[in-house]
Design a binder for this molecule. Structure first.
Ligand code: DSN
Length: 420
């Protein structure tokens, strides 16, 4: 155990015991939650660094506090690495999360009452794209496009029609539960046809973009937001990329518009994440995430499960459980009991509530970080199907849990972090 961990166990045994239990849970379960991943030891070290002690309101070389030389250096390093990796004009590395990044964009480029055109939450969108209880839904007029009932794909003709009818100031694409690529060039053309700005929220797929395993929207968009802890495999947080013309407004909206002191320890971890994401190993990782998701999709389909949109282009699958007449909640609970963690998820045109749902969302990013290849991903998908086929069978649950334990033992996590 490291000296820092030793200090934690000595200072606060109660908290340390909870961390130990969580470490065990992460080591002994399979994570198929599409938005989760494992940060590297280097990223954990950066997040636990003494950069957490420093106030540094402002931006590199324009701070409101003294003593920020190393804060300037680390934030500039993160910015320069992001510019290089994504080929963008301006970077803001300070948003505490994806929702803050999106809210800052809205504050920067819109006035209250302006119109945003975005994907319906129930069709795979995100809270911060205009849900009525979110600040985005309260400050702005929201118009939503959706997916086609048969194909499960975004209906681009509807996007064009809604844009022409409502003249949005901002068009947003990006999603939390959409398994397909986006028609970026068509979005750009539609935005241009009505004089709207175009924002991509790439929270889910930015790691695939960094690893060149997903079409790159950056050249086509005025603004790109993303979270750093999903496929990017970094610390929890958000970032914004934009054109130089919007740089001042974006920076002002993040600070002082939305936030106070930046989390410098997290910005250090973002810098480390960007170095990792530029490596050849990360390119292989991104390719493997897509290959593993495709293998899981094919396996589940062969076992008789319906996938929204009929498959996947990226890291996630949305299983529609309506034909089996089981709820997403029951499916997710049964899988958790068998050692496999997924989330219940509404499917487009779902009749059930978001707390029950008719689907589950699966993703390959975490198991791929853990070193699972296509054969192992296929086995995992078969285990999922075994549980779903036998939802109430303790025998099947125990057998699957045994296989999960073997898989976890063969793909150890965070060796030496805490005693096993
Ligand atoms: N909550 C995230 C997800 O699970 O996709 C989106 O922010």
């Amino acid at each position: 155990m490291s000296a820092l961990m030793k200090a934690l166990f000595e200072t606060d045994p109660a908290s340390a015991a909870i961390l130990a239990a969580e470490t065990q849970r992460q080591r002994e379960t399979l994570v198929l939650i599409a938005s989760e991943n494992y940060a590297s030891p280097a990223i954990l070290a950066a997040q636990g660094s003494l950069f957490c002690n420093k106030y540094a309101e402002g931006y590199p070389s324009r701070r409101y506090y003294n003593g920020c030389q190393q804060e300037d250096a680390i934030e500039q390093l993160a910015i320069d690495r992001a510019k290089e990796l994504f080929g963008c004009e301006h970077v803001n590395a300070q948003p505490h999360a994806g929702a803050q990044a999106n809210t800052a964009v809205y504050q920067a480029v819109l006035q209250p009452g302006d119109t945003i055109l975005s994907l319906e939450l129930a069709h795979g969108g995100h809270l911060s794209h205009g849900m009525k209880l979110n600040i985005s839904g309260q400050l702005y007029q929201i118009v939503h496009y959706g997916v086609d009932r048969a194909s499960g794909r975004i209906v681009m003709d509807q996007v064009a029609e809604l844009a022409a009818a409502h003249r949005p100031k901002l068009i947003v694409f990006g999603a939390s539960a959409y398994p397909r690529h986006f028609e970026v060039e068509r979005f750009r053309a539609i935005a241009d046809s009505v004089g709207a700005l175009l924002m991509a929220d790439m929270a889910h797929v930015m790691g695939l973009i960094a690893g060149r395993a997903h079409p790159d929207p950056v050249p086509f968009c005025d603004l790109v937001t993303f979270t750093t802890h999903k496929t990017m495999r970094g610390p929890r947080g958000g970032m914004i990329l934009c054109r130089e013309a919007l740089a001042k407004d974006i920076d002002r909206a993040v600070f002082p518009g939305q936030q106070g002191g930046p989390f410098m320890h997290n910005i250090m971890a973002k810098a480390v994440m960007l170095a990792e994401a530029a490596s050849p190993a990360f390119r292989q990782y991104a390719a493997d995430v897509v290959t593993n998701a495709a293998a899981m999709a094919a396996t589940l389909q062969a076992r008789g499960y319906a996938l929204c949109s009929g498959g996947t282009d990226n890291h996630l699958l949305l299983v529609d459980l309506r034909p089996q007449e089981i709820t997403g909640r029951d499916a997710a609970n049964a899988l958790e009991a068998a050692g496999i963690c997924v989330n219940k998820n509404g499917v487009p045109f779902d009749e059930r509530s978001p707390m029950v749902t008719s689907g589950i969302r699966l993703g390959s990013p975490a198991i791929t970080t853990r070193g699972f290849n296509v054969d192992a991903a296929t086995l995992v998908a078969n285990l999922v199907a075994d549980v779903l086929d036998n939802l109430d069978s303790p025998t099947v649950r125990d057998r699957v849990r045994g296989t999960v334990a073997e898989l976890c033992a063969a793909h150890p996590l965070y060796d030496g972090y805490l005693p096993a």
